[in-house]
Design a protein around this ligand. Structure first.
Ligand code: NAP
Length: 282
């Protein structure tokens, strides 16, 4: 069986580093603070929020929740974001997405101050990633994949990487980050022809398609590295990835599990971004 990458353990190490940074900022009189903006009471948002707040506590970051009524109008919502933009105590703003249809995400993403945009929602931050400039805020999930790659010393230089999925939150920025590390990247999507052939020629497969256990061992080259970004629920109501873990684990050399994989590191990356924001306030 291939090695199952213990991303929870890696996340602990990342969080310890963040706590150290946060301690230094406190000594300078800065209390790193994340503002979470949630519209309505969606269960998955509340679960994600709980996880973030628990981790905030571990690393001495203040997490403050701004809960909005699900019918909040565009004007009031915009006003809230603008207030957070100019509030000197707030170093990072995270808006839970997707927003209800009546709040235009395409407008709001431009309103979030790029210097507080810890979820890389503002196209200015995304553009940097696409330019190969990784010094700004990177979207948390693809950045978590890259942290895992680095932490476990996975060599991507010159390797064939298949990124499955082309969303702006995961697939596309991840492909750019891999490219920056000199990987040879193929981006696959729902219209890709001969998907199995394309993916099974890759040394590293990063799956972000949102289809429970879709990727079986036929898609995986022997000894490939498999990073599963998917978070889905299977037919038995259990959390699972896009990869059929049981089927693939013996063929892969390294594989991330779900749960306990990329998702465990994503929040750590978010909090690392809050520290970055707090440093800008120094
Ligand atoms: P998304 O916006 O729905 O995008 C899915 C992408 O997968 C699209 O580009 C789609 O192609 C492609 N796709 C769908 N079915 C496919 C198929 N059969 N073959 C090849 N490509 C296919 O999803 P997302 O927001 O990127 O999220 C992807 C997964 O990651 C989800 O399971 C989500 O829950 C998970 N996720 C995890 C984290 C984390 O922290 N671990 C964070 C965010 C998301 P088209 O473009 O052609 O439609």
């Amino acid at each position: 069986m291939g090695q199952v990458l213990d991303c929870r353990e890696a996340a602990k190490i990342f969080l310890n580093n963040i706590k150290e940074e946060s301690g230094k900022l406190m000594q300078d009189g800065i209390n790193p603070t994340l503002a979470i903006v949630r519209v309505g009471k969606r269960e998955d948002d509340i679960a994600y929020e709980r996880g973030i707040l628990k981790n905030c506590e571990k690393v001495d970051i203040t997490g403050e929740v701004h809960e909005c009524d699900e019918n909040i109008d565009m004007e009031s919502f915009t006003k809230l974001i603008q207030e957070l933009n100019v509030n000197p105590h707030v170093h990072g703003i995270l808006i839970f997405r997707p927003l209800p249809k009546h709040l235009d995400e395409n407008v709001i993403k431009h309103i979030v101050d790029p210097n507080k945009d810890v979820d890389s929602m503002n196209p200015l931050n995304l553009a940097r990633v696409f330019e190969g400039d990784l010094t700004g805020y990177m979207p948390c999930t693809p950045a978590a994949v890259m942290e895992i790659i680095k932490h476990f010393n996975i060599d991507v230089k010159g390797k064939k990487v298949a990124v499955m999925g082309r969303s702006m939150v995961v697939g596309k920025p991840l492909a750019m980050m891999m490219l920056k590390e000199d990987a040879t990247v193929t981006i696959c999507h729902s219209k890709t022809e001969n998907l199995k052939e394309v993916v099974s020629s890759a040394d590293i497969v990063a799956a972000a398609i949102g289809k429970a256990k879709f990727i079986n061992s036929d898609y995986i080259k022997k000894d490939a590295v498999v990073i599963d970004v998917g978070i889905n629920v299977d037919d038995n109501g259990k959390l699972c990835g896009d990869v059929d873990f049981e089927d693939v684990k013996d063929k892969a050399s390294l594989i991330t599990p779900v749960p306990g994989g990329v998702g465990s590191v994503t929040t750590a990356v978010l909090l690392k971004n809050v520290i970055k924001g707090a440093k800008l306030a120094r």
